[in-house]
Design a protein around this ligand. Structure first.
Ligand code: FAD
Length: 551
């Protein structure tokens, strides 16, 4: 915690120096003494202190100063520091002004000049004691000031939170001190959010990369060429980074937003080995990050890999910002984004009756209730079968005219035989409603246009996931949905032999380009679990070693 400040203001240099010296001697190290020769200079000092969020305990201010009187200064300064004690030094003729200030600005005391130092310190000691007892000392970390519903403010908070950087949020609509602080920064009132750092530096509406650099995350690679580059810093990427770096490969991992990927957004992962009480995604990500760094992996954050190219038997990765990095082997671990259902009410009720994917831990909560599932693919069918163990009825809502085209026949058969499961085709959800949690959903029949609102305990959404594979477009083989083909998938089917150029079979997790591997959710057929993603990251490294022996 920073040392609290006493700010003394006087336009006569000799008096200012003498007061400063006396204060310093009396408070030695307990308070930091800051001096200013005018009201304007003092206001600048106050703004600087506020930007750093330094605690300001006391103003000791001369009343009679050219340009701005002591009371004028105090009434401005207290907008930023309302709890700071205020003492005015007055000449006899200013006594009336000082007395009025007690009411108008809540002056704590006035001292008539000339005064005895002991008289001053008796007063100041009392005031400082009260200040210490009543004031919550300010937060001395990063502060983000903005408005609650602004997307730019959300983006900054999200970036810091996902990267596990602590910060304090200041809502300028609810906090007048924060508003004053923002307005005192250049452009701040027009550009939000404003980010204040403990050293007094300020960033206005920063992009992720600037923010990452400022908080000490690495954004530039130290070398131009590595044994191994990993794109994507989710569980698969982190798994690969830990194994790659610990097994002696010079390794860099490129992550466009925050390490941990989807897993870091989970409030509790219950099925990851070794954590019987579950673990938050953020905790898991931060442990893995530290582990990869400890083994010497470089981790670039807020850097997007935009293109992969081949350079003989090497690979080149172009990064946002223009850097091009080369490597001997590449692991693509860029994961997926779960598709979101865009209908009124969804955002508010997500996590409160509405879930994306098979939220297995929630299923038991809906025992003997009626739950709904949206989706016609295998994941929806598996989910419905699972929920039917608990719920008394499961209704699957399918947009198409049948599930047979998109779902495996064995699942369609199981669903047909399951008395608890009902399938409704050619329907869509129009709206969801509920106060504390989901209560009803509104369904539209595509053929008749009829709309009905039905009670629903839960709605599980399985409308697919989009892989992040644009960067390898035209480089490695992908399926029609964009997922990367690996290992034996490259040898299957009619196109099989054309997809793989070498005589040897591809290694497990190797893509159609020898030396480029894929791990985690981005792969065709991935299991989409944290443990499998981590495991695939680790296995990929074993095949990287085998591959490197061949070139
Ligand atoms: C809310 C939620 C809860 C979950 N709960 C569980 C659970 O309890 N148990 C469980 O086993 N599984 C759970 N899962 C699934 C699990 O999180 C995923 O299967 C796992 O995270 C996949 O890891 P991944 O590394 O393959 O991909 P991701 O986690 O998707 O990570 C990919 C990373 O790559 C980055 N990236 C993408 N493109 C680029 C690029 N061009 N350049 C640089 N970086 C890029 C992304 O920013 C991301 O950080 C959950 C998923 C979600 C969304």
């Amino acid at each position: 915690m920073a040392i609290p400040v006493i700010l003394t203001v006087d336009d006569e240099p000799q008096v200012l120096n003498a007061v400063g010296r006396d204060l310093r001697q009396h408070y030695r190290g307990e308070y930091r003494i800051v001096k200013a020769g005018s009201g304007v200079e003092a206001l600048e000092a106050v703004q600087g202190l506020k930007r750093r969020n330094d605690p300001l305990a006391l103003f000791l201010v001369d009343q009679r100063m050219p340009g701005m009187t002591g009371t004028e200064f105090l009434s401005e300064a207290m907008k930023l520091y309302p709890d700071t004690r205020k003492v005015l030094l007055t000449a006899y003729a200013d006594t009336e002004a000082a007395i009025q200030s007690i009411n108008s600005i809540g002056l704590d005391h006035y001292l008539r000049k000339p005064y005895e130092p002991q008289e001053v310190f008796d007063v100041l000691d009392d005031l400082l004691e009260v200040w210490r007892d009543t004031v919550d000392l300010p937060y001395d970390g990063i502060r983000v000031a903005g408005t609650l519903w602004s997307p730019a403010s959300h983006a900054v908070k999200d970036f810091l939170a996902q990267n596990r950087i602590p910060y304090q949020w200041l809502d300028i609509e609810a906090n007048s001190e924060a508003r004053e602080l923002v307005e005192a920064t250049e452009q701040g009132e027009h550009h939000l959010p404003v980010v204040f750092f403990p050293n007094g530096e300020v960033l206005i509406e920063p992009d992720n990369r600037t923010l990452a650099e400022k908080v000490g995350l690495q954004t530039e690679a130290k070398e131009a060429f590595y044994d191994l580059i990993i794109v994507g810093g989710g569980p698969a990427g982190l798994g690969a980074a830990v194994y790659g770096a610990s097994e002696g490969l010079s390794t860099t991992m490129i992550e466009r937003h925050s390490t941990g990927g989807q897993a870091a957004t989970s409030s509790r992962i219950e099925n990851y080995l070794g954590f019987p009480n579950g673990v938050t995604g953020a905790d898991l990500a931060s442990r893995a990050y530290a582990q990869a760094k400890r083994f010497g992996a470089e981790i670039l954050t807020a850097v997007e890999a935009t293109k992969v190219e081949l350079d003989g038997s090497y690979q080149r990765v172009t990064c946002s910002g223009g850097d091009v990095l080369g490597c001997r082997a590449l692991v693509i671990a860029t994961g997926v984004t779960v598709k979101k259902l865009d209908v009124p009410g969804i955002a508010d009720l997500t996590g409160r009756g509405i879930y994306y994917g098979a939220s297995l831990t929630e299923a038991a909560y809906y025992k003997n209730q009626h739950v709904y599932v949206i989706g016609g693919a295998n994941s929806a069918g598996q989910g419905a079968m699972f929920f039917s163990r608990y719920a008394n009825k499961v209704t699957i809502l399918v947009r198409g005219s049948s599930m047979n085209i998109t779902m495996s026949q064995y699942l369609v058969d199981q669903i047909d035989e399951n008395e608890k499961i009902e399938v409704r085709t050619r329907v869509g959800v129009e709206e969801v409603n509920g106060k504390e949690k989901l209560e009803t959903i509104t369904i539209r029949d595509s053929d008749t246009g009829d709309v009905e609102t039905v009670p629903a305990a839960a709605l599980f959404i399985f409308i697919g996931a989009e892989p992040h594979t644009e960067l390898v477009d035209g480089v490695v083989e992908r399926n029609s949905a964009g997922f990367i083909l690996t290992g034996h998938d490259l040898l299957k089917g009619n196109r099989g032999s054309k997809m793989w150029p070498l005589k040897r079979d591809p290694f497990l997790l190797e893509t159609s380009v020898p030396g480029i591997f894929a791990a985690g959710d981005v792969r065709q057929g991935a299991v989409r679990r944290v443990a499998t993603a981590v495991g695939e990251g680790a296995i990929a490294i074993s095949f990287v070693h085998q591959y490197l022996k061949t070139v």
